[in-house]
Write a protein that binds this ligand. Structure first.
Ligand code: ADP
Length: 242
């Protein structure tokens, strides 16, 4: 049987924090090898979905399927999903090589293989030659590249990026949007990129999923979303930019 195009499916997912309903019947699917943005105002539930997909927290109701397999309650370390966090969560007391190799060392991958894989990934992220630098000696854009390198070195099928460009200044942010997009296309990994910046989502994505108030409001290509914004958050933005 041919492999399904769908890599991830959420089916009727609910999440409560005490009495507060943070996710209200959220369903969507992601295809392999595409760049998705999760767009929505602060507090709309984007990060909560990422945490459920990566296994950091569990859904109260509903299913998470990966390659058609139910992973709703699978431990985070068994999922083929990695996350680039907003603050990058790099280890400042380790150099670039050790940061990128960290997960491979934990899994006791042979030393020569680690060296080859880190060299490859630093080439892909344009950070060859920085192996011995400490994280504190890197610029914001370089730290972002290392955070991505660390997240892709063990070849995840799905990469989650949580507002990972928001710490960068406007010019660098645009450059990194371009870099993210081209990296995603070269690697063929599915990216799910959380942002509250509509312009950013429209610029980088194959598909945009719009969240509001814990509910999925709309999804489609940037052109669909631009032409028929049913979400006031997106409509306000498009109105402003005209
Ligand atoms: P977004 O990423 O869209 O900004 P979040 O998913 O972080 O939104 O949060 C959605 C809602 O759930 C917010 O109202 C937030 O305050 C609440 N929330 C998130 N995590 C927790 C938590 N651990 N405990 C209580 N409330 C939470």
């Amino acid at each position: 049987m041919a492999r399904s195009e769908t890599i991830l499916a959420l089916q009727h997912v609910y999440k409560y924090f005490d009495d507060f309903l943070a996710l209200d019947d959220v369903s969507f699917t992601l295809d392999q090898g595409k760049f998705y943005s999760f767009l929505g105002p602060s507090g709309s539930g984007k990060t909560t979905i990422l945490r459920i997909v990566s296994g950091l927290i569990l859904a109260d109701k509903g299913q998470v399927l990966f390659d058609g397999e139910d992973i709703t309650n699978l431990p985070a370390e068994k999922r083929k999903v990695n996350t680039v966090f907003q603050n990058y969560a790099l280890f400042p007391h380790l150099n670039v090589f050790d940061n990128v190799a960290f997960g491979l060392n934990l899994r006791k991958v042979p030393k020569s293989e680690i060296e080859d894989r880190v060299a490859d990934i630093l080439r892909v992220t344009r950070m060859s030659g920085f192996e011995n630098r400490m994280i504190s000696e890197l610029s914001g854009g370089q730290q972002q590249r290392i955070a991505i390198a660390r997240a892709i070195v063990n070849e995840p099928r799905l990469l989650l990026l949580d507002e990972s460009l928001s710490a960068l200044d406007q010019k660098l942010r645009q450059q990194m949007q371009y870099e993210l997009r081209s990296l995603q296309q070269r690697l063929g990994i599915t990216f799910l990129f959380v942002t509250h910046d509509q312009e950013e989502a429209l610029a980088v994505s194959d598909e945009i999923i719009v969240m509001n108030d814990g509910k999925l409001q709309q999804s489609g290509s940037p052109v669909d979303i631009y032409d028929e914004p049913i979400n006031h958050f997106v409509a306000d933005f498009i109105g402003e930019s005209n």
